[in-house]
Ligand binder design. Sequence first.
Ligand SMILES: [Zn+2]
Length: 321
Amino acid sequence: MAFVRTVTGDVPPHELGVTYAHEHVVLDAPIAQDRFPHAFLDDDDAALSELRACAEVGVKAMADALPCAIGRHPERLAEISRAVGVHIIASTGAHTSKWYPGLSWANELPAPQLTELFVADIEIGIDRFDYCGPVIERTPHRAGLIKVGTLQDDPNERDRRTFAAAAATHRRTGAPIITHCEEGRGGREQIELFAEYGISPDCVVLSHTDKVQDVGYHLDLVGAGAFLEFDQALRHPIGPTNPTVRIVTELVSSGFGSQVMLGTDGARRSLLTAYGGAPGLAALATGVTEALKNEGVSDESLNTIFVDNPARFFSFREVAE
Ligand SMILES: [Zn+2]
């Protein structure tokens, strides 16, 4: 039976409903506080109020794209999910090297050892200490998504190891893969690298590609068969000139609506109402959706983007025996 693995348990894909596809609910680690303070999200009450505002406008699920050892808290994530009644999919995997300063396992280990860590997060449960070591205590909260990323167009040796591990983890578990594209770029190279490791592009969603505003770039990526996750809409004035609104409208009218998902990449205090920012994450389901309708994107296409595509993409794939 098809299922999506949320932090509070497996659910049938049709239970997801309106889904934000690249979120950050809790991002609480010294690395964020020290080096990425704009993205440091340590306040669970703030997360609760931000997610409640989203739930009130119909959001039913979120994919939390935070990988290992940079601020995951599976128990807090599960508690927030239950309190608000929003499904949360947690991630395993490794972010780009800049998130792991010093001598870090995430930059150093060979692919087979990375794979063991990722698979255990998915099959047994996410470590309560978020692989910050030296002790591992598995929680009952499992990851349902594999996150990796690149910092430049051409993957380096370290990227090749993390992508190989993501591919092996996908093959063993069936979990879908989400990537980080630095400045939106490198999507084509990521698809090609996954192809080398035998991963079909429809098991991968590339994030933040709408930082690149050239529609031709996106048409190339969906033409290659990948999903795209756009999450820059809230960073620009919401209306017909919003770059994300423009790109989504173009892709839908070109017949690629079934490969598009939307998120907020809300690891920005300046976007979150709960931290005194604006417009708040609910604006994706309200203002941005309204702007897309005004540009002629039909209710049916919006349902495809927000409901059907996430239900299909976040479902675990069949695992070959
Ligand atoms: Zn992110």
